[in-house]
Design a protein around this ligand. Structure first.
Ligand code: SD4
Length: 322
């Protein structure tokens, strides 16, 4: 009756999922599986939205957010806006295991990581520098996406494009295609052979964010949540909005009162959409019996990956968002 071990992963991060499954198959814990899976994405820079070299902030710096939650002890380890350390999920694991705290942020999280033996190095790459340069020259001349301010029409907007002012409306000719929600943040939920449940996330957050910004991913109950007595969930999408609703917590609580995983995920997504019909995001949920489901909004469909004993290879499940 119980489907375990099992791991579910947001988007089509199949290498990460396979890595997590390898751990579970060999009798490892759900925490180890998620740390392994997310680490693979951090190393492989999954879709440029996990790990170093992606999503530079307004100053061109990449910072990392990660969360690991243990549903057996209800203990949490998280880092937000982690600077100059590539292994965000592993630093989160150290917060979980080696401290009585739950959440470390910014420069001081880096200091902790270095004390724990992690290597300090730049997270910038040629790609992230190029992305930043392009944004600085082009997108930066639009009204700031993250702030309620208009651009200065007299400002130098780089060689690419020209800012056009028409009464109160500022426009700019943009050649670049902006696709902010294309395969993002890794989120995972796993159950190991002992029925212990864990959930976690790793991301480099939102592109060209205001320095210091963290999204939903490292927030317990928002980016992920796990409770051995019920199950776990993980969310991805427009983090600034999503973190206001704790969708992963909500999905777990819905399952606690009897909802199926797909229904629970749907309730969490629906709640956000009621207030923000324009938001884009998804929630994947897994109950303690190993049943899984997902719901999404603001995109045509949402894929997630499942590895369990019933399949020889991974299943990729596409959830219709309408
Ligand atoms: C963030 N939630 O930092 C992340 C980004 C993401 O799909 O998951 N996008 O807002």
């Amino acid at each position: 009756e119980e489907n375990k071990p099992i791991v579910v992963t947001t988007w089509q991060f199949v290498n990460a999922s396979a890595g997590a499954w390898e751990v579970l198959k060999n009798g490892g814990t759900s925490l180890d599986a998620i740390q392994r899976g997310a680490s693979i994405c951090e190393e492989q820079q999954c879709d440029g939205t996990v790990g170093y070299g992606g999503s530079p902030d307004e100053h061109g710096e990449t910072t990392l957010d990660a969360l690991l939650m243990d549903g057996k002890t209800m203990n949490v380890g998280a880092v937000g806006a982690l600077r100059r350390v590539k292994n965000a999920i592993s630093v989160a694991r150290h917060v979980l295991e080696n401290t009585k705290h739950s959440f470390l942020v910014g420069e001081l999280a880096t200091k902790f990581a270095v004390e724990m033996g992690f290597k300090e190095e730049t997270l910038a790459t040629a790609t992230s520098k190029q992305m930043w340069k392009h944004w600085y020259n082009v997108d930066n001349c639009q009204p700031n996406f993250w702030m309620n301010v208009k651009p200065n029409p007299n400002k130098y907007c780089g060689p690419y494009n020209k800012l056009i002012q028409n009464n109160d409306i500022y426009t700019i000719q943009l050649t670049r295609e902006v696709n902010r929600y294309n395969h993002d943040t890794i989120g995972m939920v796993a159950i190991d052979k002992n029925s212990d449940i864990a959930a976690g996330t790793s991301t480099n957050g939102a592109k060209f964010k205001i320095p210091g910004r963290i999204g939903d991913s490292p927030i317990p109950g928002s980016g992920a949540y796990a409770d051995n007595t019920v199950g776990g969930a993980s969310a991805t999408g427009d983090g600034d909005v999503m973190l206001r609703f704790l969708p992963s917590f909500m999905a777990v609580e819905e399952m606690r009162r009897g909802a199926l995983p797909s229904e629970a995920a749907h309730v969490a997504i629906r709640r956000i959409a009621d207030y923000y019909p324009e938001f884009s995001g998804a929630v994947v949920a897994l109950n303690k019996y190993g049943k899984h489901g997902a719901a999404c909004h603001g995109m045509p469909n949402f894929p997630y990956v499942v590895y369990d004993t019933t399949e020889e290879t991974q299943q990729i499940i596409h959830v219709n968002c309408n």
